[in-house]
Ligand binder design. Structure first.
Ligand code: PLP
Length: 394
């Protein structure tokens, strides 16, 4: 018996464990100091009332013989797919309800989509990167090529014509850098993918944070329907990190290697996935109602204001950063040439603020640091005040 030895190639990721260890040691040694965590990637505001009502109503229906439901459709109930299709239309993108597959969040599909692609494909990931893309492809034994995101390209890595990519992961607005691709930049990736017969796996988990004219979907770009799959999630948009619901969009005309990609993925889902529970799909549909959109926007505005507060302090301090505008993440250059971990310790010891060292997201993250806007307003203001005092002096 043999295990999948590709797992031997995974690089241990102790990032969040190390952060917790250092933070807890500091708290134990300094019990009188108030530590503020601006490193969390999880939401903190509760579900919108209209979403909770729909969740309860869906659960009630399951308790009545006439409205009871068993296994859901693999691709999700039509009422939810119609609501998602209408949501796309609200920002000018045409996606048919029959191109949408509902899932339990973007992590599963961005990691599992590889099931339908050969292991001999070359995968391009931008660096710094959401680790799921890398680890899931290492598990499958695929070759991974890095497209570096740096200050020079504004942390928006662009295609390298000398690389023959087959699978390309893009995430915009990006975790961890908060940078969002412009229309022109995405068009360059779409043209590159079509030319190389590649497929772009486009993670739009943070699209709802976009405030300017950056595209909210890869399908806003001409040519994307023949080269892209989009993953979206209600986790950050509507606080579903614990409730679990997302969706994947595969254009019906997307084909590779003589196969229809939607059909392959549908077959995979029918084999390995039994759908999302009815009450959760009811709750998700409520997010896309007029009232749902109004209510979730209030929460998004709260996080965005936190991001603005952090970003404006960095502006004042003259510190280079990306994100903060179209994203809950602020990605900053550690001041005075400090390394990511060096800055982590400096900030913890001198301002009692915790963030995330950039090098935990890849080589190009060295010397960078991620702050998030998912915290409480008062704590965010206090943390920013402390950072301003600390770095304003140095
Ligand atoms: N994609 C990105 C870029 C993320 O940052 C996250 C979560 O942090 C996910 C996907 C996963 O989200 P979900 O909760 O929908 O699985």
């Amino acid at each position: 018996m043999k295990i999948n030895h590709n797992f031997d190639n995974l690089v241990p990721n102790y990032l969040f464990a190390d952060i917790a260890k250092r933070t807890n040691a500091y708290i134990a040694a300094n019990p009188d100091k108030k530590v503020i965590k601006l490193g969390i990637g999880d939401v903190t505001l509760p579900l919108a009332p209209v979403v909770v009502d729909a969740l309860k109503k869906g659960a009630d229906e399951l308790g009545v013989k006439e409205t009871f439901k068993g296994y859901p459709d693999y691709e999700g109930y039509a009422f939810l797919r119609e609501a998602i299709s209408g949501y796309y239309a609200s920002f000018g993108v045409t996606v048919d309800k029959d191109e949408i597959l509902v899932n339990d969040g973007a992590k599963s599909d961005t990691a599992n989509i590889g099931d339908i692609f050969g292991t001999e494909n070359t995968v391009v990931v931008t660096d710094p990167v959401y680790p799921v893309y890398v680890d899931s492809n290492i598990m499958a034994g695929r070759e991974i090529v890095i497209a570096p995101s740096t200050a020079e390209n504004g942390f928006c890595a662009m295609p390298d014509e000398s690389v023959k990519a087959d699978i390309i992961y893009l995430c915009s607005p990006n975790n961890p850098t908060g940078a969002a691709y412009s229309r022109e930049q995405l068009k360059a990736w779409v043209d590159y993918a079509n030319k190389n017969d590649a497929i772009i796996l486009y993670d739009a988990a943070y699209e709802a944070f976009i405030t300017d004219d950056c595209p909210r979907s890869i399908f806003a770009i001409e040519g994307a329907r023949t080269c892209a799959i989009e993953f979206c999630s209600l986790s950050k948009t509507a606080g579903f990190t614990g409730t679990r619901c997302g969706y994947t969009v595969i254009p019906r005309e997307l084909e590779r290697d003589g196969h229809n990609i939607y059909k392959l993925w549908y077959r995979r889902e029918a084999t390995k996935f039994n759908g999302v529970s009815y009450p959760v799909q009811c709750a998700a549909a409520a997010v896309f109602s007029e009232e749902g959109q109004r209510q979730i926007r209030e929460n998004l505005e709260y996080y965005k204001e936190n991001a603005r507060i952090i970003a404006s302090a960095l502006d004042e301090l003259g510190i280079y950063y990306t994100g903060g505008k179209n994203s809950p993440y602020i990605w900053l250059k550690c001041p005075n040439g400090m390394g990511s971990w060096e800055f982590f310790d400096y900030l913890l010891e001198n301002a009692q603020v915790v963030g995330t060292p950039g090098e935990g997201f890849g080589e190009c993250g060295r010397g960078y640091f991620r702050l998030t806007s998912f915290g409480d307003r008062d704590n965010t203001i206090e943390a920013v005040e402390r950072i301003r005092k600390l770095l304003g002096r140095s």
